[in-house]
Design a protein around this ligand. Structure first.
Ligand code: UTP
Ligand code: MG
Length: 595
């Protein structure tokens, strides 16, 4: 909750450092900016021209009954409107075009940066927050680029032009118009502060609503299974109500502010008519000037009102850009070496030398782990849950940096290899299989066109997945839902085996799922594993000891340390932890058999 709130805190409305950095994104589109400013000056100048033309029409043409000049001025009025419309179109189009192009670039940059970040970053960052950066935050920058920056110019230009015209027509009346400004500024100031607060509230409650929805929908089966719908609905109603009330509050401020501006502007108009009317009686002012002033006064308030909205846009954009830049500046990246070593010929020897590691400082997960896997060997790691088996695998793929010790592949420290080269060698079949939405085919070759249809089918056939895939209505083109929701656990496992085989890695790592599958699938999976392992250096993390009896070496982990190491027979002879584990499982099997 705190975290979310800190996410929503609004900083300064303008920060020159942030702005400077934001402007670097505008640089490639300089020509649009120049064009927009150019159009702006014209658009801004055209509107204030019209009251002036009206004044001439009244004072000169109408007063002198000059029909010809009246027609001319009417035509000019019409042309200026037409021009303004065309330029306005261009202005809107080009600024939006520029905004969209800029945020496209920004999204690409964020995504590519996020892909580079180390797992450590994702361990502590909720997915929702990253998604918000790419969607909401980037969107509010779009508003800044497309309407904010450029339109601020246009508002300022309009105000400037109106000033020029007003003061050239009448000094007294100009002062009267300006006399309401202090009240207007005060109203704007109050409005800005209130809206800022309520905006923060709205964002905060929206974030709550989103994360609540996300979590409950994600866990819908638990909600239904435990009959929690009513309770969840009640909670949701509460959160929803807070969100609604926050919105109503913010609408309330708008509802007060706009009429207030209207009243002030009408007040100014009334004053002008009252004072100017007297002057017209005295014949010290023409009717045309009075008429023009009424129009200028009305025209004058709109940009000022708009500017306070621009202020909000600016503020939101500043807060968003701060969050985006914080993400872009995150340096949780595992660096590649400056002079990477390339393995000229891969043999497949893996060595862990006194490796010590912690995910969080102070909580050691692996202590002084050392072992060697000879080329082509299959090594199994066993141990209780939480013993550190998956962590060993994570370190070999260099998902995390180790504090002490070294990990060598064919004698080369993995820190001296490029991550890309290292990971090309390794394929990990994860504990919980991850499938992407797409097709079965795409999930096997991960949309790598170098792995063609025939290779996909070959791999699937080898691991025994071909049969069930062939029975699907669309076969290899069958749609896979997000996370593979429509497939069974065993089917997902087989697909992930096929994926590993299709990529034909030099080093294969299997992190066995604890979930049980039926005996038939179990046999299929065992056969698949056998095929996967043959001819490569492999590490198998197993819970079912039956899987690993033929391994060249078995490593027994306990609380982050290696306690025993040897072949199945050697370890049994030792009568230590492995022996106990084996006995337990053996007994278990005996019980199920007799039952
Ligand atoms: P492992 O994930 O290495 O355990 O976590 P394991 O041996 O594979 O366990 P199973 O059999 O799959 O269940 C080792 C320790 O590291 C911590 C865990 O809390 C566990 O105590 N850990 C794991 C973290 O602190 N952060 C992580 O991201 C993962
Ligand atoms: Mg594990």
């Amino acid at each position: 909750m705190r975290e979310q709130l800190s996410d929503e805190i609004l900083g300064k409305a303008y920060d020159s450092k942030l702005m400077k950095r934001l402007l670097t994104y505008v640089k490639p589109y300089k020509k649009y900016v120049v064009l927009a400013i150019f159009l702006n000056v014209f658009v801004a100048g055209l509107a204030p021209l019209r009251p002036y033309l009206t004044k001439i029409a009244i004072d000169t043409s109408i007063a002198n009954k000059d029909y010809e000049s009246l027609t001319l001025i009417t035509a000019l009025l019409f042309i200026s409107l037409l021009f303004q419309a065309i330029m306005q179109y261009g202005l809107t189009y080009f600024t939006q075009l520029m905004g969209q192009k800029i945020i496209y670039d920004l999204r690409v940059q964020i995504f590519s940066h996020v892909q580079k970040l180390a797992l450590k970053f994702f361990d502590k960052t909720p997915v929702g927050r990253i998604v918000t950066r790419v969607t909401n935050d980037v969107e509010s920058l779009n508003e800044l680029f497309s309407s904010g920056i450029v339109m601020v110019f246009s508002d300022l230009f309009i105000i400037m032009w109106i000033f020029v015209f007003m003061f050239s027509l009448s000094f007294d009346l100009s002062l009267i118009t300006l006399s309401v400004l202090p009240a207007l500024f005060y109203a704007t100031f109050l409005f800005r502060r209130k809206v800022r607060e309520s905006y923060r509230d709205v964002r905060f409650h929206l974030a709550r609503l989103n994360s609540y929805m996300q979590e409950r929908v994600g866990g819908i089966s638990i909600v239904q299974l435990f009959n929690k719908q009513k309770r969840e609905l009640k909670k949701f109603k509460g959160i929803n109500k807070d969100y609604r009330d926050a919105n109503i509050k913010s609408v309330f401020y708008y509802a007060i502010f706009y009429p207030t501006v209207e009243i002030l502007s009408s007040l100014a108009v009334a004053l002008i008519i009252w004072y100017g009317g007297g002057k017209v009686f005295e014949s010290t002012m023409t009717l045309g000037i009075l008429f023009a002033f009424v129009q200028y006064t009305e025209m004058f308030f709109r940009p000022i009102r708009d500017l306070s909205e621009k202020y909000n846009i600016m503020q939101t954009a500043m807060a968003s850009s701060e969050r985006i830049f914080k993400l872009l500046d995150d340096k949780t990246i595992i660096p590649d070496p400056e002079k990477p070593v390339k393995l000229s010929e891969f043999r497949g020897k893996i060595e862990f030398k006194n490796v010590t590691f912690a995910y969080n400082e102070g909580e050691t997960v692996l202590k002084n782990v050392s072992f060697t896997i000879e080329p082509g060997q299959t090594v199994a790691i066993v141990g209780a849950t939480g013993a550190g088996k998956t962590s060993i695998v994570n370190l070999l793929s260099r998902f995390y940096e180790i504090e002490q010790g070294e990990i060598l592949i064919d004698g080369v420290n993995i820190k001296n290899m490029r991550k890309e080269d290292l990971r090309k060698l390794i394929c990990v079949v994860l504990q919980d299989v991850l499938l992407f939405s797409g097709t079965i085919k795409g999930n096997i070759n991960l949309n790598n066109s170098a792995i063609g249809e025939s290779e996909i089918k070959k791999a699937a056939a080898m691991v025994g997945a071909h049969n069930f895939i062939n029975n699907l209505p669309q076969k290899y083109d069958e749609k896979v839902q997000e996370k593979g929701a429509t497939l069974s656990v065993g089917q997902k496992q087989l697909i992930s085996f096929a994926r590993a085989l299709a990529y034909d890695p030099k080093i294969l790592i299997l992190d066995e799922a604890t979930a049980s599958v039926d005996t038939e699938t179990e046999i299929l999976i065992q056969q698949a594993i056998k095929k996967l392992l043959s001819g490569r250096t492999s590490i198998v993390i197993a819970h079912r000891l039956s899987t690993i009896q033929n391994s060249d070496k078995i490593i027994v982990m306990h609380k982050g340390e290696i306690k025993e190491m040897g072949t199945h027979q050697e370890l049994l002879a030792k009568r230590g932890i492995y022996f106990k584990l084996y006995q337990l499982q053996y007994k278990d099997q005996e019980i199920t058999k007799t039952a």
